[in-house]
Ligand binder design. Structure first.
Ligand code: COA
Length: 404
């Protein structure tokens, strides 16, 4: 029998896809495994992207594998704005860097049933997805995988022509039973969506992976808001001058981030923990709940399905920007606690200076999330940027919450 790769049909494939998802663990088997529950919606992790597709691999009447993909336009580099006012050539000190955009595709949720591995099904799914990417004008395709997932790394690098590109860090902080105290010297202002969009476009549009449709990200129902931290004495919320003026004369330090509600999209669950570990974790919660003023770092119940919030669009400037980020993370923790989440997660460039302000547990985090990239076409790119896959990493990247 031949394996057929075709477009996912929500009316008849849902159960088959869920069955494969349930038995697939991502990564090696010798440690705790993380299972994802897509809550009956196999397309939930891509449906917020502007263009997306889900493919299944079928053997006879059985679904034996699947993959998802999406395409959007992002920043892949920057160039100097060539002309100043009155069409005068701007010199290099006054030239404002402008983003260079590219059409980028992303492959995620590739799964093959353990009973049918090493039969070329994974490869067939990736090839079919790449064909769809090309048909839709994508110039690059990328994937993210754990750096110890050798099956996935070999498949993409050895067999499909991807190269290792970036290694951002996924930082995970548990949500405690107690509220986190935020610095009394920092004021947190919630920006409305239009101000948030302007601030991001003015300040971060040249950051690589910045989505050109940032407005649809910020306007999405899953986006819980954009928050700005400033020194308490610099602004009152009613004195907020708007993003342009704010950036023209900013306080000595500031930071910004946005929060995305992944909890309403899918849940996670840790399996394989011993009874001793579970009891220990429960004890920390009981103590933290009884004595919240001690601010004990309790371990949430990760052993049943839990949701999380994702912090994205992290940025800031000034000597105390790290402190501002820490205050924002405390605020985000308390928001996640209110909404019943088990964790707050973010992903930042491995070179991001502001990561020092992001509280996280090393044992829950992933220091090197491996992103591999491939150039699908040669015809589109702006000459001044050339081949993005060959460019060195920058200090920051913009991780799109729609692709978490
Ligand atoms: C990764 C995965 C999709 C591969 O599916 P698959 O159908 O077995 O892959 P293929 O048979 O097409 O293998 C193609 C190539 O990938 C590499 N590969 C696949 N499985 C591998 C393994 N266990 N160890 C090392 N290399 C492996 C090999 O280069 C292989 O070619 P070869 O068989 O000629 O040596 C599958 O193992 C899986 O579902 N894993 C769990 C979920 C996961 O990790 N997904 C990836 C997240 S990005």
């Amino acid at each position: 029998m031949e394996v057929v790769v075709r477009v996912f049909n929500p009316n008849k494939d849902r159960e088959g896809v869920e069955a494969v998802e349930r038995i697939c663990e991502v990564g090696p088997r010798d440690k705790l495994s993380l299972f994802t529950d897509l809550r009956g919606d196999p397309v939930c992790r891509i449906r917020h992207s502007p263009t997306f597709l889900m493919l299944v691999a079928e053997l006879g009447n059985e679904i034996v594998g699947m993959t998802r993909g999406c395409i959007k336009t992002v920043t892949c580099g920057k160039k100097a704005h060539k002309h100043g006012k009155n069409n005068q050539a701007a010199d290099s000190t006054t030239a404002k860097p402008m983003p260079v955009y590219t059409k980028l595709a992303y492959i995620l949720g590739l799964r093959v049933s353990p009973l049918y591995r090493r039969m070329g099904i994974g490869l067939k799914l990736v090839w079919a997805m790449e064909e769809w990417f090309r048909e839709n004008g994508a110039e690059y395709s990328y994937i993210a995988t754990e750096n110890d997932n050798f099956a996935s790394i070999n498949l993409f690098t050895d067999k499909c022509g991807y190269s290792k590109f970036r290694t951002p860090s996924i930082l995970v902080n548990p949500v405690y039973e107690h509220r986190v105290k935020t610095s009394s010297k920092v004021r947190i202002i919630k920006l409305d969506q239009r101000d948030a969009e302007s601030l991001y476009r003015l300040k971060f549009s040249t950051t690589e992976f910045f989505p050109r449709d940032i407005d649809s990200v910020l306007n999405n129902n899953l986006s819980l808001g954009t928050f700005l931290a400033v020194p308490k004495d610099s602004y009152r919320p009613d004195m907020w001058p708007g993003p342009t003026q704010f950036l023209a004369s900013p306080p000595h330090s500031w930071a910004v981030l946005s929060v995305w509600n992944c909890k309403d999209v899918f849940t996670l669950e840790v399996r394989g923990a011993s009874r001793v570990k579970r009891v220990l974790a429960k004890t920390t919660r009981v103590v933290d709940r009884a004595l919240p003023w001690l601010r004990l770092p309790s371990i949430p119940n990760f052993f049943r399905p839990f949701g999380f919030h994702f912090m994205y669009g992290l940025g800031g400037e000034g000597p105390e920007a790290v402190k501002m980020v820490r205050a924002l993370c405390g605020f985000a923790h308390n928001l996640a606690k209110e909404k019943g989440c088990g964790a707050v997660v973010t992903e930042v460039s491995s070179r991001e200076p502001l990561r020092l302000g992001v509280p996280h547990w090393k044992m829950l985090s992933c220091e090197e999330d491996l992103w591999c990239i491939k150039r699908l076409g040669e015809d589109y790119s702006d000459g001044s940027v050339g081949d993005w896959t060959k460019s060195p990493p920058e200090f920051s990247i913009f991780v799109d919450p729609r692709e978490v």
